[in-house]
Design a protein around this ligand. Structure first.
Ligand code: 26W
Length: 835
């Protein structure tokens, strides 16, 4: 029988699509042989992993193709999520969860003599992001697919992602991340989808045949961007959206000139130079350093993405004027903000639109999410550099600015200070292009990522923009996917929850509320506690294997995992550890609640203070763990190489979640949500999403301390003197003295001097102001932990009340208030062709 030309051939046979135990086993062995070229007897762990990954991928392909055909036929508005970073985490486990195939595949692997957990461990982390912002993008892709929203993620296929962190003598050492070295079975390269990207050169005005004034950009370099696709399967649905990452290659034709005149080596050099564009992720998450290559990366992926969207649009429409109807473009921070100028260039220079309609389209399509209030993280590019790389875009930005400031001056005549504050060009010193201003002017919606953050944006960082157009400002509080961060990483707890409230919570997280009724049931509490303890035992095994430190499974597991930054105040946590240490030393018989304090996180390679804090964690660990007086009562460990994969080991075991940033500094935080969802109680300040978490779980189930944003301002304004606090609080003084002493830094007592000096002289992040309240709050934590029944009750209630923090809720809010897009359900038995 002839098969339909568009029908996946394997569907007929079922070998590459079947979901039965027999089909999985057979398909795995087939792939091991036909793809990896191995018999079982000689297969390496990687061969086995690859064979299973291909077996899963086979089962995604039909869903993926059906999804794109459905979208093409449906003509619905599509979300284009532009992000320089995506941190998807390992694919295999998540795809198994979303396919609903975890159990059957575990069984299939057992029956072929393999341990699924070992295969899962084999997968390299795709570390194409720094931290919160990149992980948020990945959570949103998961939710978009699960909600069956037409969406595509656009970004950069970095050959080297975020560095691997090793510790040598307690210091962070960065090691290149070679995530692609064993091959990536999840991606499909699309060499026929590629765009030449121009860079550098100059512009030339001219008149076209119709006598219209036009500008031609004559670049001095061209790089080719090639699409590399990864399917993103939704949970429990056939929808598989696309993550399309751009890889830089040499634009052959461009090099041929050099080649033809016999300059072979120069041609090769050009090729290598082109490929460096997508070579490596910049590992900063806090400092906007004006690096040319980073600007080129941003332009590269934005240009490829927009041209890809136009290409897809023109498959079904005759005119680019439908762009904004077809696409909702979301700018994940300012990293893709060049999209505003690039879309204008494409519409005006390449598709012949007049300025006004082009601007209307641009403005109607773009939305901008801000993720940081830190002034040093706001991107601005030196004008000369910008002009050298993107001369045409600078002209376009000038024109946008000219028209924008014209409107401002018309509305606020005479207020030149306002105009210069709003300008896209910062002229207060050496001139810069302000990317946040470009994003604001070009977008119809601007949002922060937690309520407080959005308020502070409107009040401070973007206040003038807010004054101009308050209706454009909105908030979408961040969320996390409960699939990866509960179902996948904490299967025992997920199973208990299933039993208590049914399985619907995975897509309707509010259903966790029904756990509230179980919080007072001693038998349920005992099971809850047992799972947490088992998870701690499992983590302790990992910690022992990686660091040699032995964690006591009955000690309170106190966790702070996140990028290292002074504002996140890992060193405030250390001040508490040293306080505990000194209290035990002063009175070795004193009854204390045993605690294990676990840190994890990477420091930007150039951020010396953050690196010094890592070293301090390790030196404090050496002091504390090596002291027989505190044995069994206090442990400290720094878990190396915190990433998504390692988070999946840590989150399920955590009991106390440290969210102790200086109020007003952490935009939202998402680790706070992951930890609480897994039953950790939070000790935290009124910052970011902590505020909303506390509101949800109830003040009585949250350990609050610290100054508020307004109190911090008042303290600074009144002339904050941290040294006074040091002088007046003997316990604080003893701790700081210890920190600067030989005991913490054997053989080098000056090592932590920069830290001590920063605290005593200026204390920008107000650790000393919050120290006393923090320690008192930690004492309450210890007291609460002594009553295990009470603690478990609080833990259950935390999980039960986390419904709001599902990324499904966040994505729905984006859909309703910013993107105006609807679901487009995909069915597996719909025809495979669009004809
Ligand atoms: C230019 C250097 C640079 C690179 C990355 C500056 C800033 C960034 C990111 C915006 C930093 C980031 O990841 N921000 C985090 O975003 C999360 C998701 O919204 C929030 O939960 C965190 O609070 C915020 O720090």
């Amino acid at each position: 029988m002839a098969t339909h030309p568009d029908k996946a051939p394997a569907l007929v046979e079922g070998v590459r699509t079947g979901l039965s135990l027999a089909a999985w086993k057979r398909a795995f062995l087939d792939n091991l042989f036909f793809v990896q070229g191995r018999f079982q007897s000689v297969a390496t762990p990687n061969d086995n992993y690859m064979a299973l990954a291909y077996t899963v991928r086979d089962r995604l392909l039909e869903r993926w193709i059906k999804t794109s055909l459905t979208y093409k036929a449906g003509q619905s508005r599509t979300v284009a999520y532009l992000s320089a970073e995506f941190l998807p985490g390992p694919n295999l486990g998540n795809n198994l969860v979303n396919l609903g195939a975890m159990q059957v595949v575990r069984q299939a692997m057992t029956e072929v003599g393999l341990d699924l957990d070992k295969l899962l461990e084999q997968e390299e982390e795709p570390g194409l992001g720094n931290g919160g912002l990149g992980r948020l993008a990945a959570c949103y892709l998961d939710s978009l697919a699960t909600l069956q929203i037409p969406a595509i993620g656009y970004g950069i296929r970095y050959e080297f992602g975020i560095f691997d962190q090793q510790l040598r003598d307690g210091w962070q050492v960065e090691v290149t991340d070679k995530w692609l070295s064993l091959g990536n079975p999840w991606e499909i390269s699309r060499p026929e989808i590629s765009y030449p990207v121009q860079l550098g050169g100059h512009t030339e005005p001219y008149r076209d045949e119709g006598g219209r004034f036009r500008v031609r950009w004559v670049p001095d370099r061209v790089v080719r961007g090639v699409a590399v696709d990864t399917p993103i399967l939704g949970y429990g649905v056939p929808t598989a959206n696309t993550l399309r990452l751009w890889k830089a290659e040499a634009a052959e034709s461009f090099d041929f000139q050099a080649f033809n005149i016999g300059d072979y080596y120069r041609a090769v050099e050009k090729k290598i130079q082109s490929e460096t564009l997508s070579k490596v992720l910049y590992p900063n998450d806090d400092l906007a350093a004006g690096k040319q290559l980073r600007l080129e990366q941003q332009y590269f992926f934005v240009s490829c993405a927009l041209r890809d969207m136009i290409r897809i649009l023109l498959q079904t429409e005759t005119d680019v004027r439908g762009f904004a109807r077809k696409y909702a473009v979301q700018l994940n921070d300012t990293h893709p903000a060049l999209a505003v100028a690039e879309l204008m260039r494409l519409l005006v220079d390449e598709h012949d639109l007049d300025w006004e309609p082009a601007w209307e389209i641009t403005h109607a399509t773009m939305g901008y999410t801000n993720h940081t209030l830190l002034p040093e993280a706001l991107e601005k590019w030196p004008l000369a550099l910008f002009n050298r790389v993107l001369p045409r875009h600078l002209e376009i930005i000038y024109e946008i600015n000219r028209r924008f400031l014209g409107e401002v001056r018309a509305r606020f005549p005479g207020d030149e200070a306002l105009a210069s504050r709003l300008s896209l060009i910062d002229e207060s010193g050496p001139r810069h292009v302000r990317m946040a201003h470009l994003a604001c002017v070009g977008s119809h919606r601007i949002n922060g990522v937690a309520r407080l953050h959005s308020e502070l944006l409107a009040r401070d960082v973007l206040r003038d923009f807010h004054r101009l157009a308050p209706e454009r400002f909105t908030n979408v509080t961040n969320g996390i996917t409960p699939r990866r961060f509960l179902l996948l990483c904490n299967p025992a707890l997920a199973a208990l929850i299933d039993e208590a409230v049914g399985p619907g919570w995975a897509t309707n997280l509010h259903q966790l509320r029904e756990l509230e009724g179980k919080a007072d049931d001693p038998a349920f509490r005992a099971r809850w506690r047992k799972i947490k303890r088992d998870n701690k035992v499992a983590l302790a095994r990992e910690v022992k294997a990686r660091t040699g430190v032995e964690l006591e499974p009955d000690a309170l597991l106190d966790v702070q995992v996140k990028r290292l930054h002074e504002y996140k105040r890992q060193h405030l946590n250390l001040l508490h550890v040293l306080t505990q240490y000194l209290r035990i030393k002063a009175d070795p018989k004193r009854p204390v609640v045993p605690r294990a304090v676990l840190f994890g996180g990477k420091a930007a390679p150039g951020y010396l203070m953050a690196k010094l804090i890592i070293k301090l964690c390790n030196n404090v660990a050496d002091l504390v763990n090596g002291d027989p007086d505190v044995r069994g009562r206090l442990k400290v460990v720094f878990f190396p190489d915190y990433n998504v994969k390692n988070a999946q080991h840590i989150l399920p075991a955590a009991e106390l979640s440290e969210q102790i940033s200086t109020a007003g500094k952490e935009a939202s935080g998402t680790g706070n949500m992951k930890l609480a969802l897994n039953g950790a109680l939070t000790i935290g300040t009124l910052d970011g999403a902590n505020i909303e978490i506390r509101e949800e779980v109830g003040a009585e189930n949250f350990f609050l301390f610290g100054l508020t944003v307004d109190e911090i301002r008042a303290r600074r304004a009144a002339g904050y003197q941290p040294r006074r606090l040091y002088e007046e609080d003997p316990e604080l003084r003893a701790v700081i003295d210890l920190l600067g002493s030989e005991a913490v830094s054997p053989g080098n007592r000056g090592r932590f001097r920069p830290l001590v000096d920063a605290l005593l002289d200026h204390d920008e992040y107000m650790l000393l102001a919050d120290y006393r309240a923090y320690v008192a709050c930690q004492d309450q934590v210890a007291e609460a932990y002594q009553d295990q029944e009470r603690w478990t009750r609080m833990s259950i209630l935390n999980t039960a009340r986390m419904g709001k923090f599902s990324s499904d809720r966040s994505v729905r809010e984006y859909c309703e208030t910013i993107w105006r897009v609807n679901a487009e359900p995909v069915t597996l038995d719909s025809p495979s062709s669009d004809g």
